[in-house]
Design a protein around this ligand. Structure first.
Ligand code: PMV
Length: 316
């Protein structure tokens, strides 16, 4: 029991954010170019953690302050040990790699997931997918209140997923779409955005239900597009979805500007991704060979980070 490793990656929602909160389906992709690794080892006593956000002993106060980024990893170590019934003692964890936080990229779920695998592995335990999911969800509940579970699945999935009513399954894709994610550099505010949509839903349930139904239709259509590599149609659905998301108040000036810049640069479609009011956009290039030019155009328009979604691609 000298050491064990766990890995996870970022995720991005192609279509279906917010509507998924109202029971509709969503499609998410792993971001293969944004990964992190957790390494667990036996130490003399206590619990210790080294991450880009946190260095030193894990204390009970970490749980109390867990909504702050640096404490999410500490909670993940404790929750994993509790779940596998091992003492909260003698474990050191270090996390390397960085998924930018509060960008709709699933950083907290990825950190929790990588840590869960590493800490259980240190004790010779291979977590079942269900156990791993439960640990990640318990950390996500601390981080985000009422997570749908999409991040917990998507940050460990090997390929795109269809997520509906709390369940995920593998999505058939004829050919990889040429997707990238670009960061506005503004922190996303998923919790605020979800609460504001809920308030609108209480004031005007018919309008919000119609918007969610509209998004659901786009998600169902996108599944067909992906199965048949109909990327022009997929791009149009992404554009339409950004319009619906704007209409329910979850876009922002910066998101709209990057979406426009992507379309001007030749993207087949672009929309905000994740909770919104900051964070990232997702854009579809006509082909993989056109991703670098699209990335350059977005960087020139102010994107603070650009990551290719598709497997095997380098960071832009
Ligand atoms: O910002 P993210 O990537 O955590 O996405 C939030 C997605 C929402 O549908 C807005 C909320 C949720 O819990 O699914």
């Amino acid at each position: 029991l000298r050491g064990a490793v766990g890995t996870a990656h970022a995720k991005t929602i192609l279509l279906g954010e917010h509507a998924v909160v109202y029971g509709r389906p969503a499609i998410a992709f792993p971001v293969a170019s944004l990964t992190l690794e957790a390494r667990a080892e036996s130490i003399g006593s206590g619990l210790a953690l080294h991450t880009p956000f946190h260095a030193g002993a894990i204390t009970a106060e970490d749980d109390a302050a867990a909504t702050r980024e640096e404490h999410i990893a500490a909670v993940a170590v404790r929750r994993t040990l509790e779940r596998i019934g091992r003492p909260l003692d003698g474990v050191g964890v270090s996390v390397t790699g960085l998924i930018p936080a509060a960008r709709g990229l699933g950083s907290s779920a990825a950190v929790a997931s990588a840590i869960a695998v590493a800490v259980a592995g240190l004790h010779g335990i291979a977590l079942t997918p269900a156990d791993r999911f439960e640990i990640v969800q318990s950390v996500e509940r601390v981080a985000h209140g009422t997570p749908s579970g999409l991040d917990a699945y998507a940050t460990t999935a090997a390929g795109p997923i269809w997520f509906e009513q709390g369940r995920a399954r593998t999505l058939a894709v004829a050919e990889s779409p040429a997707l990238l994610v670009a960061d506005t550099g503004v922190l996303g505010r998923t919790g605020v955005a979800v609460a504001e949509v809920r308030a609108r839903h209480e004031r005007n349930p018919h309008a919000i239900e119609a918007a969610m139904e509209g998004i659901a239709d786009l998600v169902v259509g996108a599944r067909e597009d992906l199965a048949s590599a109909a990327f022009a149609d997929l791009g149009e659905r992404m554009n339409a979805c950004h319009g619906v998301l704007s209409s329910i108040g979850v876009s922002s000036t910066e998101l709209d500007a990057l979406v426009q810049a992507a379309r001007r640069a030749g993207a087949l479609g672009a929309k905000l991704t994740g909770g919104g009011q900051g964070g990232c956009i997702i854009a579809l290039a006509p082909s993989a060979s056109e991703l670098p030019a699209l990335a350059a155009a977005l960087t020139a328009s102010g994107a603070t980070g650009v990551w290719f979604v598709t497997d095997g691609e380098e960071n832009a």
